[in-house]
Design a protein around this ligand. Structure first.
Ligand code: GLN
Length: 550
């Protein structure tokens, strides 16, 4: 078997340039040429994983099949490449140090002084290489978080420098920088890029390719100048101009031949230029969709677009597949009350009740749920959102006004959402939830079953509390059906109210399995209902989009 090739993606000048999108787009193109590709992210912070990070610090916490609480860039990797990542795809400085300290205690380095070089850098290199070897990938793209020059990322860059020596032609370094436009001067400025490359070179890394992030299209003269000054091959300086959707980026870099330059340098056969039909079809649909579908997302991080990243992407993918343009309005759950709920949810074709932790904003969620249920609006509750749907139902329909989750009120008289017995001994906050992929069996004939088109599914979880099965019979008798059950533990994974248009909650997070070419069936079904497609006497009746398409 051919050796695995390693591509490193670093960033300079400023943060938030979209290294994850460039890595995903390049990965997409290489995958489309027939290579087995994966992408890995190194985060230079000391947290062992993203699980204990507040979304204000780092946006959404993305969950992998094997239960890793990861960086949101992993979501981009999965959505672009339609692959599954694991904990090996996301490694923090904290985890590297934890491993090294564990080995030191075990006596692995007996007699030696344990140091950043070689012990930390060796552990970083081991994690980079083992991903390719373990899973037999042709290409591993490794994104180094942070910006060149940060103190925290230095050991990672040192590891890249060493790997470059060891791997020779099996290694490729791509550096992403920013080229600002100064309106006073009427010019774009390449100096920050030159300094950033110099910084990288001073760490011993000569980039093979530069990607210049820019708001205005750059001329060849600028690209050539940067190539000359930064010692990069002419033709290996690309630009990434702002585009209307991140999903255009693979095509934009394909037009510049990025994948060809990379493959040539890595000495790999180019093969045919990929047509990427399904990707193009998706973008075409997106372009043509004019009719809007308005979804109100009720959550407490209304001001933070990245907090609900995967939900947003899943809704938008499902909308595009139904020839709709998504209008997503994130409504602050803390500000919703009985007197303004009609106003806040005005114009909603559907309502999503967001996941989350803690008491803040919870009462507003109950108000929104009650209104949506009484108005028969398509309603989709995810994780905490599902738990809130159950509590609201217990309070309003089952006549249990004191019903609550023990997360919100440990002394509640009706703990309809509760901690499971075996979890009670857990005191640590890190990685202590029900995490990762679990099986779920759907009841035939249910809304969930119709969406997925099968009884056995797998979805990802991240929560501590569960629907309390002591209330199951009472809940079902009152009209809320448990349509998805975990076959091993009998825990309830899906609830729905059959008489309503589309009223469903999931204990799992379906947003983590929705990708561009394979949108999640529940989001598809929800958007279909919200768009009134297939309903008698509506314009959408003829559109022919299959429920759970994909
Ligand atoms: N806070 C709830 C629990 O821990 C829900 C978590 C979530 O929405 N991800 O069970």
């Amino acid at each position: 078997m051919a050796e695995t090739k390693y591509i490193f993606v670093t960033g300079g000048v400023v943060s938030s340039l979209g290294k994850g999108i460039i890595a995903s787009s390049l990965g997409k193109l290489l995958q489309a040429r027939g290579y087995r590709v994966t992408i890995q992210k190194f985060d230079p912070y000391i947290n062992v994983d993203s699980g204990t990070l507040n979304p204000y610090e780092h946006g959404e916490c993305y969950v992998t099949v094997d239960g890793h609480e990861g960086d949101l860039d992993l979501g981009h990797y999965e959505r672009f490449l339609n692959i599954q990542t694991t904990k090996d795809n996301n490694i923090t400085a904290g985890r590297i140090y934890q491993n090294v300290i564990f080995k030191e205690r075990r006596g692995d380095y007996l007699g030696k002084t344990v140091q950043v070089i070689p012990h930390i850098t060796d552990e970083i290199k081991r994690n980079i290489k083992s991903l390719g070897i373990k899973h037999k990938f042709d290409i591993v793209i490794t994104e180094i978080g942070g910006t060149v020059g940060d103190i925290e990322s230095t050991p990672f860059l040192e590891a890249v420098r060493q790997l470059r020596r060891e791997l020779g032609r099996n290694c490729f370094c791509l550096h992403l920088t920013y080229v600002p436009y100064l309106s006073a001067a009427g010019e774009v400025k390449t100096k920050p890029t030159q300094h950033s490359v110099k910084e990288l070179q001073s760490l011993g890394i000569q980039p093979d390719m530069l990607v210049l992030r820019t708001e205005r299209k750059l001329g060849d003269d600028i690209l050539d100048k940067v190539a000359l000054f930064c010692n990069v091959d002419q033709g290996a300086v690309m630009q990434s101009v702002d585009v209307s959707t991140i999903y255009e980026v693979p095509l934009m870099i394909q037009r510049q031949g990025m994948d060809e330059v990379v493959l040539r340098k890595l000495n790999m056969p180019l093969g045919d230029k990929p047509a990427m039909e399904s990707w193009m079809a998706f973008l075409q649909k997106r372009k043509e969709a004019t009719q809007e579908v308005c979804i109100k997302l009720v959550g407490k991080y209304a001001e933070l677009p990245d907090a609900y990243k995967s939900i947003h992407e899943s809704l938008s993918q499902a909308a595009i597949y139904h020839d709709r343009k998504l209008v997503l309005d994130v409504c602050h759950s803390e500000q919703i009350n009985d007197s303004n709920v009609a106003d806040v949810l005005k114009g909603a074709d559907g309502v999503v009740i967001a996941p989350g932790f803690g008491q803040r904003g919870i009462e507003g969620k109950f108000v929104a749920i009650r209104y949506a249920r009484e108005q028969n609006l398509p309603t989709f509750g995810i994780c905490l959102g599902m738990q809130c749907m159950v509590i609201e139902y217990a309070r309003s329909v089952m006549n249990l006004p004191g019903a609550n989750s023990t997360e919100m009120n440990p002394k509640t008289e009706d703990p309809i959402i509760d901690f499971m017995e075996h979890q009670k001994a857990i005191t640590s906050m890190g990685a202590s939830m029900r995490l990762g992929e679990y099986d779920c069996v759907l009841k035939e004939g249910s809304l969930a079953f119709k969406a997925y088109g099968k009884t056995r599914i797998k979805e990802r979880h991240r929560h501590r509390y569960e629907l309390n099965n002591c209330y199951l019979e009472q809940l079902e008798a009152a009209g809320m059906k448990c349509s998805g059950i975990n076959p091993e533990s009998s825990l309830v994974e899906v609830v729905e109210v059959p008489g309503l248009r589309w009223y469903l909650g999931t204990q799992f997070h379906p947003e983590f399995t929705s990708t561009v070419v394979s949108p999640n069936p529940l989001f598809m079904s929800f958007i279909r209902a919200a768009s009134r497609i297939g309903e008698k006497g509506t314009a959408g009746e003829k559109s022919g989009v299959g429920e759970g398409n994909g």
